[in-house]
Structure formats: structure tokens, C-alpha cells
Design a protein around this ligand. Structure first.
Ligand SMILES: C[S@@+](CC[C@H](N)C(=O)[O-])C[C@H]1O[C@@H](n2cnc3c(N)ncnc32)[C@H](O)[C@@H]1O
Length: 369
């Protein structure tokens, strides 16, 4: 049964409940009545079946995701119907609110832009406490600088060989970890993020960190238009004039959150000067196991489980990039859930999960002169 982007199905015997999106999957082989009773508390089961108006659109996607997350937790940890009901209701309400706001934030609806991205706003304050994001940004900076230096070696007399004059735009900068690493090598970085919370943390770091770079400009914007007024203008004496164009556009761990890759690449090429370059890093979709990059509780806002190198190269060429080269850049170990849902909302405890290797790609392209 397909319902406005979600699917739900039951059978008389196990597996008894499946919920979608993200792939039709078995939630539990037992206690299905309780889970249905819980699901009915959110969406009337007959409406679910009939596909009535309440079942369509954003809310249902949020509900399906919420119930899925709740069911994963509950089917593992609870044994009585009363306990099921109480905890599922609490978890479902929380997950519903979070899933709905994330879906709103990642939709292309312009009205949602001022809401920022709820998930990343929520995570902004604790973002820098995760060793993984620092390691990943360090690896991205190394890969980007190495790629810039390749140009040095090939064209020593080319203007492009000097990095310290580069005007850089980082899209989806988060708290600016990558921007801080690149800043000493370039002229200026305009660091944009849709989540105001992330930009607030970056601004604080720029003000309070001793020896913070002086050449990072933080901007809170869901960037979908190269002429967005939030970007600096080309000429400071013409604030309403054309927006600045950049020598380099970067993004790191962002593409897998973008609903429409063609659209964001079109925005990126529109932000470049002729001859300017993109260098975009993200983990690679190397097959079904790539899904394990995110714990079950953090799937909201995830549009794909990594980047498919061939598909990415094709789209880059289609939107007009030249010299396209999408290649393996580095591999990183990450702690992942051994059993789906085991990290829960609170995140992994030391005894949970297992380590897994993830390959990362660097997507390179040039705007034609
Ligand atoms: C997984 S986080 C990565 C943050 C940072 N690059 C890092 O690695 O620490 C993805 C970020 O991309 C931002 N984002 C996604 N699409 C965006 C867009 N079109 N414009 C600006 N920011 C965007 C989100 O708000 C989020 O903070």
C-alpha cells in the first residue's frame, strides 16, 4: 500500500508491521498489536488504509519515521503493553516533532529557510565535541589542499597555482571546522550554513578562540541561489549589486543531505568565477552497507547514503562543469550500530556498536572560462 511517499503493510503472521521511508523493512516480528495500537494513536488505522487526506504529505512521512524509530526501540527494550504504550507515545511525539522539522528544513520550500535546519540547530552546541567530525574535516582539508597543490605542480606559472589569493565559498560549513583549517591558506572564506545554530557557534568561535582566523565570514543561509542577498556583494559600495563570485567552492559531508544534487551543483557553478573550481567531499555510497554511516535515530534529513561517484560525475558534467574528476580520497573508521537502533536518541555508549571503514570521495570540477 503506497501512501503519499510512505508505505505500510501488515500480514496476519509475522513479519506484522513494516514502515517506510528509507526502504520497506521489518520492524518487529512480535507485539504487533501494541505497535498498531500505538500507531493508531497517531494516525487512525482506517485512515492509514484508506489513504485519507491526513495520511498525505509531510506529516505522514514524519509519522512513519517516528513510529519506525519508536518501534525499533520499544520492540527491544519493553515487555509489557503498558510500558510499550507509555514509552512509545513519548518517543513517538519527540521523534515526530524532530522528523517533521527536519523534513521541513531540507525541503526546497523557501518559507522554511528562516526556520533553519532543526536537526543541525539542535546538534550545533555539541557538534565540536565529536572526534569524528574533526578527523573527517582534517582529512577533507588535506585532500583539498593536495588537490590545489596538484595544480601548482602542473602549472607553476598559472595564477591558479597560488592559493593565498583564493576567494572561497564553503556551503554547509557547520561550526566552521573545515573553514578554520583552510583559512590560513586562502584569502577569504565565506562560510554559509542553513542552520542558524551552527553559524552562531562559528561566530562565537571566531570571536573567542585565540588566534582565530580573521578571514572567515559566517553567513546563515540555505543557499539555493548564487544571487542570494545573504552573500557578499561584488562591490562593497553597491550593496544591492551582483553577488560575489568565488575561485573555489567547497562542501564537506553536505551532499548526502541535499535533496536535489543537480540544483545544488547549478547553484555552485553559478557562484564561481570563470575558471573557478569546486572541491566537494563526502562519504561514498559503496553499497547497502553505506547506510550504516548514520545511526537509525539520525536518518531524518539524510537524502542518500553517500555519493555514487559515477552518478555525481555525470550530474557535474550535465550542469556544465569541465575537467570533472570524482575520485577516492581517503578512508575513515567510524563507530556504527551493530543492531539497527541500538544507539537511540542519546547516542552511542562506549560498549555499543562496532567499527566500520567508510571511503570518502573528492568531487572536482571547473567552471568553463
Ligand atoms: C552533516 S553537516 C556537516 C557540517 C560541516 N561541514 C562538518 O563537516 O562539520 C551538513 C550541514 O550542511 C548544511 N546544509 C545543507 N544544505 C545546505 C545549503 N543548501 N546551504 C547551506 N547549508 C546547507 C546543514 O545545515 C548542516 O549544518
Amino acid at each position: 500500500m503506497a501512501l503519499g511517499g510512505c508505505e505500510a503493510s501488515t500480514t496476519a503472521h509475522s513479519p506484522l508491521l513494516h514502515l517506510y521511508p528509507g526502504g520497506l523493512r521489518e520492524i518487529t516480528r512480535s507485539r504487533s498489536r501494541t505497535i498498531f495500537c500505538i500507531a493508531n494513536g497517531i494516525v487512525d488505522r482506517t485512515k492509514l488504509k484508506s489513504g485519507g487526506p491526513e495520511t498525505h504529505g509531510l506529516l505522514l512521512i514524519a509519522v512513519a519515521e517516528a513510529v519506525r524509530l519508536a518501534a525499533v526501540h520499544i520492540s527491544r527494550y519493553c515487555y509489557t503493553t503498558a510500558a510499550y504504550e507509555k514509552i512509545v507515545r513519548q518517543r513517538t511525539q519527540r521523534a515526530m516533532a524532530s522528523a517533521a522539522s527536519n523534513l521541513r528544513a531540507t525541503s526546497s520550500d523557501k518559507n522554511s529557510r528562516n526556520n533553519g535546519n532543526a536537526r543541525f540547530n539542535d546538534e550545533a552546541l555539541s557538534w565540536d565535541s565529536r572526534p569524528f567530525v574533526h578527523e573527517a574535516s582534517q582529512a577533507a582539508a588535506t585532500a583539498i589542499l593536495a588537490r590545489l597543490n596538484e595544480n601548482n605542480a602542473k602549472h607553476p606559472s598559472d595564477d591558479k597555482s597560488q592559493t593565498n589569493h583564493l576567494q572561497v565559498l564553503e556551503i554547509g560549513c557547520g561550526t566552521g571546522i573545515l573553514s578554520f583549517l583552510l583559512a590560513p591558506h586562502v584569502a577569504r572564506i565565506v562560510a554559509v550554513d542553513a542552520a542558524e545554530g551552527m553559524i552562531a557557534v562559528l561566530s562565537q568561535k571566531l570571536q573567542k578562540t585565540p588566534d582565530a582566523p580573521k578571514n572567515i565570514l559566517p553567513v546563515a543561509v540555505l543557499l539555493e541561489d548564487p544571487e542570494d542577498a545573504a552573500l557578499p556583494s561584488t562591490h562593497s559600495d553597491q550593496p544591492d549589486g551582483l553577488r560575489q563570485k568565488f575561485d573555489l567552492v567547497t562542501s564537506h559531508l553536505v551532499l548526502h543531505h541535499i535533496p536535489d544534487l543537480r540544483a545544488v551543483l547549478t547553484t555552485m557553478i553559478g557562484c564561481l568565477v570563470p575558471g573557478g573550481r569546486v572541491m566537494l567531499t563526502d562519504f561514498e555510497d559503496f553499497g547497502p552497507e553505506a547506510k550504516r554511516f548514520h545511526p537509525a535515530a539520525k536518518m531524518a534529513g539524510v537524502e542518500r547514503h553517500g555519493i555514487q561517484a559515477r552518478e555525481m560525475a555525470e550530474i557535474m558534467r550535465e550542469v556544465g562543469f569541465e575537467g570533472v574528476d570524482v575520485r577516492a580520497a581517503w578512508t575513515m573508521r567510524k563507530k556504527v550500530e551493530k543492531f539497527e537502533g541500538e544507539f537511540g536518541d542519546a547516542g552511542a555508549k562506549p560498549e555499543m556498536g562496532e567499527m566500520m571503514d567508510f571511503p570518502f570521495v573528492l568531487c572536482y570540477g571547473e567552471r568553463p572560462m
